[in-house]
Design a protein. Structure first.
Length: 321
């Protein structure tokens, strides 16, 4: 007990000896908040955060399992992205749809992109095996790109020994029932993120992730303090809001809101920055987080997603929801 008290006293002493404590003493808590926000916008802070972490599969503050599907190699691999720069837990042979990205209902292609596993269920038809997982296709980027279709699952083979196609599916990801049981056992109770690609996942280096994370918080800071010029610099010329507004329409709406100079509280929790294998843009990411947003007249708490490009060391938002 004496040892615990001693350690607490030492910890408190270190805090009060820090520059932040001195800042609090001389200028108050608001100055401390500004100093911490400034630090979040710097590459140096994120270099420290990810120094001992692997980020080749993305940056994750939660603890999801990442499912990587390579359509050309007919492989499904499951990773713990926080262990050993992406520790491979499972490697399964699979069947997928036709080559190329899914564009429309009935084209028999497995979509390329990043999706959540949104539902585990028992299929009503034994043709699909004993269990299935539904993917969140189409995501908001797919919808803005005009892609259609639904019902993309990870599922098994027929339970009644009915012959099934062996080379391609109608768009789903299919594995044998014994492998599906292993997949289900390891995934159960955990959040699953699926990254599907044609020829392999675009891996991320630490320098890119450090810069991108710092810019995400620069964007948040410009939003919080109503710096409309800097805020709009983070948006791509091809930007489309989830409701269809283009960049010009979105900019006019934001200029009106920012002109009010409201005090805002904006927090990002459970942040995930995931490489996105899009065929149109060279370097893309899906950024998801739980957002807490509060002003005098408006409050929001919920899941958010943005899809962005990162080219020439500059983040540009394409779509947000």
């Amino acid at each position: 007990m004496i040892k615990i008290v001693f350690l607490c006293v030492v910890a408190i002493s270190q805090i009060w000896a820090s520059p932040l404590a001195r800042l609090y003493q001389t200028k108050g808590i608001d100055a401390v908040e500004l100093a911490l926000e400034d630090r979040l916008q710097g590459v140096e802070y994120w270099r420290e955060v990810i120094a001992e972490k692997g980020v080749s599969l993305g940056y994750y503050e939660g603890s999801p399992l990442v499912v990587v599907v390579n359509k050309s190699k007919k492989s499904l691999k499951v990773y713990d992205p926080k262990v050993d720069d992406g520790k491979e837990l499972l490697n399964h042979e699979i069947i997928t749809g036709l080559a190329g990205d899914k564009q429309k209902e009935g084209d028999l292609k497995t979509p390329i992109g990043v999706y959540n596993l949104v539902k585990r269920f028992v299929p009503g038809d034994p043709f699909y095996g004993q269990i299935a997982y539904a993917l969140s296709y189409p995501n908001v980027l797919d919808k803005q790109q005009g892609k259609t279709g639904h019902g993309i699952w990870i599922h098994g083979h027929p339970l009644n020994n009915t012959p099934r196609y062996t080379k391609n599916t109608e768009g789903c990801i299919v594995m044998t029932n014994d492998l599906l049981e292993v997949f289900d056992r390891d995934l159960k109770g955990k959040k699953g993120i699926v990254i599907t690609s044609e020829n392999g996942l675009p891996r991320v280096d630490k320098a890119t992730m450090e810069e991108l994370l710092s810019q995400i918080f620069q964007w948040r800071n410009s939003w919080k303090y109503s710096d409309i010029k800097k805020y709009l610099e983070f948006y791509h010329e091809d930007f489309k809001r989830f409701d269809g507004d283009n960049l010009s329409e979105f900019s006019q709406m934001k200029k009106l809101i920012f002109s009010r100079k409201e005090d805002k509280k904006i927090l990002f929790q459970d942040l995930a920055v995931i490489p996105y294998p899009d065929e149109q843009y060279e370097s893309m990411f899906r950024v998801s987080y739980y957002q807490i947003y509060e002003t005098k007249n408006h409050q929001f708490r919920g899941e958010k997603e943005i899809y962005l490009t990162f080219k020439d060391n500059q983040m540009k938002i394409l779509v947000e929801r």
